[in-house]
Structure formats: structure tokens, C-alpha cells
Design a protein around this ligand. Sequence first.
Ligand code: PRP
Ligand code: ZN
Length: 293
Amino acid sequence: MMRQLDGNNLKIAIQRKGRLAQSSQRFLRSLGLEFEYSDGRLFSNCSNLPIDLLFLRDDDIPEYVQDGVADLGIAGLNILREQQARVVRLESLGFGACRLCIAVPNHGPLKCLDDLSGKRIATSYPSTLKGFLQEKGLRADIIKIRGSVEIAPSLDVADAICDLVSTGSTLRQNDLKAIGTLIESQAVLMGNPDSFKDAVKATLIDRLRIRVQGTLKARSTKYVMMNAPRSAMESIRETLPGMRSPTVMPLADQDMMAIHAAVPEETFWDVIEKLKGSGAQDILVLPVEKMVL
Ligand code: PRP
Ligand code: ZN
């Protein structure tokens, strides 16, 4: 039986269909939210938390959050920038990476940004594009189009386009190539500032943010297990800086120790090479599922 939206529940808006839809749902599930979804559904109640999910068009999400229809929302930074909605940007979520690019026909006369002067550029991001052109001192006509921007050049509605590029396959299919990037984008979590004034909602948002950070931190961390001679312990400890001391366990072989430690992704290879150099052997690396510090 379909339940109704509950006025007291925290409402989270995510994309119904499109690039971020699946990954937004997956992300919320990784935070421990349990909910059902089927095609065409507009909302869903979580079964284990006082949270309702709203499935919307991504372009509408910042406005719904700004107006308080939803307390939280997940959408691309690109949309947030374009709309300048009055929402609080809470977290970058590490998925849905894409770039807002200017693209031109592969075999046409336009080769670089300077060639755009006096030309027509079709886009669903007129405000971001306007800012970019001003910054570059370029004068071009902005043709505002809501969808399927990529076909504008072949219809001779525009000479170039400014649109999102993720895998690049849309550009390739339409014989276009990118010649400039306006912004790098990814999915972000945004919130309505007033939702933090409601004590119950604020507490729940805080709980979710701790879970978000735990999930994101885990993604950028590896769990490393290794064996090493006792004599190498000192230099191995020095190689694992900035972290709480590693777990060290004796092995049956009196001269050997087992060492476990969490290593951040950014310095991963440096650390592994140094560990090896110090005498670490049998190094095993595991992904970390969640990390709550
Ligand atoms: C963007 C863009 C392209 C596509 C590019 O649309 O408008 O159509 O993604 O992706 P690709 O480089 O992987 O081919 P988006 O997902 O934002 O859909 P929407 O405009 O309907 O919101
Ligand atoms: Zn969209």
C-alpha cells in the first residue's frame, strides 16, 4: 500500500530519471536509508528513518530545496551554479563527475574560443555561459534551449553549444568536439537553511552528514595489511604519519610482526613503496566500506 508524505519527515529530493538518478539512490542506500523505488514513482517513504524521498527533475531540485518543499537535495553543481538558488551547499558527493563545455562541429570553421566572437552558442546554461564569455572578453549570442542542445548546430540553430560532457559520447554521436571548459561539476548535497532551525530535522541532518562523511572518507582510504621484521618497525611507523598508531600483532615467527593501517588514497603508492623499502612484505590492500572517526 502506498503511504502518504508525512509533513514531519525530512524530505530529500533526488533526480527521478537521468545521469544522477541511479547513483543518487545508491548513495542514499549506502547511508543506510531503506526505501522502495519503481519507475514513475514521485515519492517514497524510508522504512527505517523518518525520511521521505522526492523523485524530481534535476533542474527543479535547487528551487524545491530553496522553497522548503524539500529539506535536502542532490543535484549537479552545474545546476546549482546556473540557478544561484539560495540553498546551503553541504557536501560534494564524489559521483556524477562532468564538465560544462563549449563544443563546436568537428570539421567546421570554429577551432578555438576566440573564433566564437559574433557566433551563436546554444545552451541550457545561459547564466553560467554569460559569465564565462564576459570573463574571457568574448561577444557571442546566447541561444537558450531547454534540452537536446547537441543537435542545435546540425539544425543551424547555433554555431556552437555549451553543454555538459560526461563520457563524451553525446558529443561524438553528434560530430562535435569540446574546445573549452567552463566548470567541473559533480553531484552535491544541498540543504534549505531553515531546515536547520527545526531541532528534530537538524539532528537528523547532522546524523546524515556524519554518514555522508564516513562514506566519502572510506572511499578515499585503503586498509593495508603487511608483515615485516621487528627490526623494520621503527621506519614503518615513520612512513605511516598523521594517523593513529597502526595495529601491530606478533606472528608465530618471533622475528616477524603483522601490521595493519589505514592509508589515504592520495599518498597510497608513495606509502606502499616506502613500506616495501623499509622491509614490509606480503602487502595486502583492501577497500574500506565505511569510516567513522
Ligand atoms: C547531459 C548533457 C548530454 C549528456 C552528456 O545531460 O546534456 O546530453 O549529459 O553525457 P555524455 O558525455 O556521457 O554523453 P543530463 O544528464 O544533464 O540530462 P538533462 O539535461 O536531461 O538533465
Ligand atoms: Zn537536467
